[in-house]
Design a protein around this ligand. Sequence first.
Ligand SMILES: [Cu+2]
Length: 151
Amino acid sequence: MENRNTFLIIGILLAVVVVAVFVVQGRGGAPVEQALESPAPAASPDVDTQEGTSGAELAMMKEVTVEGDEYKFSPSSISLKAGESAKVTFKNVGKLPHNLVVTELDVATETIGGGKEDTVTITADEAGTYAFFCSVGNHRSLGMEGNVIIE
Ligand SMILES: [Cu+2]
């Protein structure tokens, strides 16, 4: 009978010691340290995008819009300086198909229907006056012509 009581007391003491060890460990600073070690926010990516040289050149390129209608261009002249390039957007504001052609400068838009547009680049090398016109049917003789004037 005494042996059993002794074992019981030893068992209870062991249990108390185990619980005490758990409590002490639970108070350890480990969780706090982890909180302090949260990763630094990732550096924001460099948003300073570099535009290619071509982008910068396009931005500086002169832009001209020419409207085509039955049977005229507006404006009917495009002025450029020699060595300059221009982005020419041809808008067909009429009902019939039209285009814009500069034979001498080797430039031609697509033939486009009413409401459509097409863009071409004209590079002016030599000074001079170069006719542009619509090559559809007899549109040129009906008035669809103008001049690219390079100075
Ligand atoms: Cu035309």
